[in-house]
Design a protein around this ligand. Structure first.
Ligand SMILES: N[C@@H](CCC(=O)N[C@@H](CS)C(=O)NCC(=O)O)C(=O)O
Length: 208
């Protein structure tokens, strides 16, 4: 049995929910984080001392960190080894984009996302939002170039590298009123994600 703690509007939780749909795994969602609270309880802190979502419990095995969770789910449930290849080089190409997203794209996106969506207009730090948007234009152009040369983020197969990127591309492309460079390859790849199980249900929902 798989249990997931999280809230559906969190980017990091969306990565995990969409992965379960792609892998066809049944799960129970325990709503936690943000207005749901739960993360402040001692029981939650015992699972994740960071008091952040997502967290999973798979038959008693507790894990936090969204990318560690999606790697674990692929290792456990993807018998074909396509989502997370076993050979060192294709696996490293998947890891490279997962790491880049977590260490480079996500931190660069945070001021834009939180500033525009979760901060009242009178309190917005426009200098930080504009700097964030400038970085995002450059970073998503790197993604666009990768997708000009490859069908998917890590080559010719859909892999874990496409999952967090799909979530964060949605947050970027769906955000109103921001200026974006032309991203034709990213846009075509993103439209193709609609055919994947769970994309509409867990990724393409309203930003909040
Ligand atoms: N590096 C962690 C970050 C987790 C994180 O920042 N989670 C946010 C939601 S996206 C959170 O729990 N915020 C507090 C809350 O929702 O109460 C991961 O990838 O899982």
């Amino acid at each position: 049995m798989l249990r997931i703690w999280g809230r559906r509007n969190s980017g990091n939780v969306r990565k995990v929910l969409w992965t379960t749909a792609i892998l066809g795994i049944d799960f129970e969602l325990i709503e936690a984080g943000g207005a749901f609270g739960v993360v402040d309880t001692p029981e939650f802190a015992a699972m994740n001392p960071n008091r952040l979502v997502p967290v999973i419990d798979h038959d008693g095995f507790i894990l936090w960190e969204s990318h560690s969770i999606i790697r674990y789910l692929a290792n456990e449930f993807d018998d074909a080894g396509v989502l997370y290849p076993t050979l060192a080089q294709p696996r490293a190409e998947v890891d490279r984009w997962l790491d880049w997203l977590a260490t480079t794209l996500q931190p660069a996106e945070r001021p834009m996302f939180l500033g525009r969506l979760r901060t009242p207009p009178e309190k917005r730090d426009w200098a930080a939002i504009e700097a964030s948007e400038k970085s995002l234009a450059r970073l998503f152009t790197i993604v666009d170039d990768q997708l000009a040369a490859n069908r998917f983020m890590a080559g010719q197969n859909f892999s874990l590298a496409d999952i967090p990127m799909g979530v964060f591309a949605h947050r970027y492309l769906a955000m109103p009123e921001i200026e974006r460079p032309a991203l034709p390859h990213l846009t075509a790849w993103f439209e193709g994600l609609n055919d994947r199980p769970g994309f509409g249900k867990y990724v393409m929902t309203e930003l909040s």
